[in-house]
Design a protein around this ligand. Structure first.
Ligand code: SF4
Ligand code: SF4
Length: 469
């Protein structure tokens, strides 16, 4: 980190520590609670009303002496405080200075004007969708979605809780007059999260109707049961009844399930076997194969469309100093790997800046290239210990506080790797128990992670990052 950044970080900490010390040291009136001004401030005020030169000089010397002593004492206290709080320095640095890059450092000339080259069948929906499709969790520019549509993307994934309705509003504007060129997927939820399983059917219908209004359409193609962790939620009768009514009314065409669950084996098998689901959206990236290959094959056999998400495996590539040279090719290599599985119908990736349209679509329709595997392996080496794999839950049973370690580390990823602090903190604030418990825990989770995540350290880091503000 450049020295000036460390200097500013230290200065911010100095001011905070000094101010809090002064506040604590101020005299407080037991009756009203008001705090008296500090003596050195009173001395300063006295100078301005003292007309005698000698008295003024003495007063100045007195004040300077007091100030010097205060500063020296303060520096000692601050030095101690900085030492005690040294763990906060990287956190403060990250919060104040982190610049999470969204796009490749070097935009290659051949990426310009890249278009979708391949469309794949989305299971029994029988719709041909762009192999690289638009995720809109962070979108705030109508022009980005319009350019994606112009370049051939036809699958648009959104949700009411992406940017608290903002994503649906942006897509509604972008698709105006072109609605029939797009296949639109949204989720059963509201602006600040998921609907409970027992939400009354009319309320669930009402929330989807809210999505229709924001999307400026009278139907959506697909509605997912969002972030589904359990079979109870997957098969919640009220949600299914609401979907059937929406389908009868022509307001929704297909039903899907989106999930990051560690319980993927059970959730995916139940979804496929139930015959109720047309599409499954799950995390799938280099490293999650062959573990889930059989589930994708089963979905394919049952004609259930598969939408892959989290394909960039943390998307740390643009911020890894040791990966600078390779970072320009990483996203495309990661996409090519995902799409090399013929059972994947399409992948969704978050688009929110115009250059991403060129960069990401360049990989459309491409077979894996000779250097891709080595590149993906090198990325894996660099992120080892700092990436919590989706659909894993090996460590969960070790935690005496039943913390959702996988979810907390995903929220940390949103904040730290995606530069999406607000979303990470929003999710974290909703947890009934959080990683503050780790501070006094003996950490039985240690060594339970098969890919070497130092869980307690990462959880403490998550808490510092997500509980602030
Ligand atoms: S350190 Fe944290 S995550 Fe690990 S077992 Fe203790 S409370 Fe659970
Ligand atoms: S920390 Fe490790 S064991 Fe726990 S869910 Fe993440 S990848 Fe799995």
């Amino acid at each position: 980190m450049p020295l000036w950044k460390l200097g500013v970080t230290a200065a911010a900490l100095l001011v905070t520590v000094f101010a809090s010390r002064e506040r604590r040291a101020g005299m407080q009136c037991p009756a009203c609670g008001a705090t008296a001004a500090r003596p050195w401030l009173v001395a300063d005020a006295r100078i301005s009303v003292d007309n005698g030169v000698g008295r003024t000089r003495r007063a100045v010397l007195r004040v300077l002496g007091t100030a010097t002593a205060t500063a020296a004492g303060g520096l000692g206290v601050i030095g101690g405080a900085l030492f005690r709080n040294r763990g906060w320095i990287p956190v403060a640095r990250d919060i104040m200075f982190a610049k999470v890059e969204a796009t490749a450092k070097r935009v290659q000339p051949e990426w310009q004007e890249a278009r979708v080259k391949t469309y794949r069948r989305l299971g029994r929906t029988n719709v041909m969708v762009s192999d690289i499709s638009l995720g809109s969790a962070r979108i705030d520019q109508v022009a980005v979605a319009q350019r994606a549509l112009d370049r051939g993307i036809n699958y648009f994934d959104t949700a009411p809780d992406y940017s608290q309705f903002g994503s649906e509003l942006v897509l509604g504007q972008a698709l105006k007059g072109r609605r029939h060129d797009a296949f639109v997927a949204t989720k059963f939820c509201v602006s600040d999260g998921h609907l409970p399983n027992d939400t009354p059917v009319p309320k669930i219908i009402e929330t989807v109707e809210g999505s229709l209004k924001r999307l400026q359409t009278d139907y959506v193609d697909l509605v997912h049961i969002h972030s589904c962790d359990s079979v109870d939620r997957l098969m919640a009768p009220n949600i299914h009844e609401a979907f059937d009514r929406l389908k009868e009314q022509g307001k929704a065409r297909f039903l899907g399930v989106s999930t990051h669950t560690p319980n993927l084996e059970e959730v995916a098998n139940t979804a496929i076997d139930s015959g109720r689901f047309d599409v499954m959206m799950l995390a799938y990236n280099f490293g999650l194969f062959p573990k889930f290959g059989h589930l994708l094959a089963k979905a394919h056999e049952h004609d259930v469309g598969v939408v892959a998400m989290k394909t960039l495996k943390g998307a740390k590539h643009t911020n890894l100093a040791e990966f600078r040279k390779e970072s320009a090719s990483y996203a495309q290599a990661a996409f090519r790997w995902v799409l090399s599985n013929p059972h994947v119908s399409c992948l969704v990736i978050s688009f929110y800046e115009l250059p991403q349209v060129d960069e990401y679509l360049y990989a459309s329709g491409m077979a894996p290239q000779s250097g891709d595997l080595a590149l993906l392996q090198r990325y894996d080496q660099l992120i080892a210990g700092d990436y919590c794999q989706p659909h894993c839950g090996e460590c969960l049973s070790s935690c005496p506080y039943d913390l959702p370690i996988n979810d907390i580390l995903r929220y940390r990823m949103y904040a730290k790797d995606y530069g999406w602090e607000k979303e990470g903190r929003r999710h974290y604030a909703k947890l009934s128990a959080n990683a503050s418990a780790c501070a006094s825990c003996s950490a039985p989770c240690t060594n339970t992670c098969p890919i070497g995540v130092p869980i307690r350290d990462k959880m403490l880091d998550s808490h510092q990052l997500l509980a602030i503000g």
